[in-house]
Write a protein that binds this ligand. Structure first.
Ligand SMILES: [Zn+2]
Length: 135
């Protein structure tokens, strides 16, 4: 079952696998948030200390492949590394401009999950969403 504990363990694994040069900290928290149509994840800095990663509640659904969840977590962790939603130094002016997230994920060896998730989302997300909302 995908719950917040599952998220924490997954994040820890992704961190160890692809972000090992970045010191782990208990100042990064992750949990599921509300289900919504447009946003799969987000990260924000709370009280200038705590990085809160929120994952769209729809991603609890086993119909969504785990690599999608993993890609969303790696995406948010990339923002953290770039200093967005993070107390780390901000490395860029904007969080997404110039494809910096994808580039960083590719550089770190997690590009395959980025692209697999992107394909799955482009092909299936709206159908998934409609099927959950209109049944
Ligand atoms: Zn983003």
């Amino acid at each position: 079952m995908r719950d917040d504990q599952w998220l924490r363990e997954k994040l820890d694994k992704i961190w160890s696998e692809y972000f090992l040069d970045v010191p782990k900290t208990d100042k990064v928290i992750i949990h599921f948030s509300k289900k919504c149509r447009n946003r799969l994840g987000s990260i924000r800095l709370v009280n200038n200390t705590l990085s809160e990663i929120k994952i769209n509640g729809f991603l609890k659904d086993p119909d969504i492949p785990e690599f999608v969840c993993e890609a969303v977590m790696a995406h948010e962790l990339t923002h953290y590394v770039h200093g967005f939603g993070s107390s780390r130094p901000q490395l860029y002016k904007y969080p997404h401009r110039g494809g910096i997230v994808a580039r960083e994920m590719i550089r770190r060896g997690v590009g395959h999950k980025h692209y697999a998730a992107k394909d799955w989302i482009n092909t299936n997300w709206m159908g998934f969403y409609e099927s959950k909302v209109h049944r």
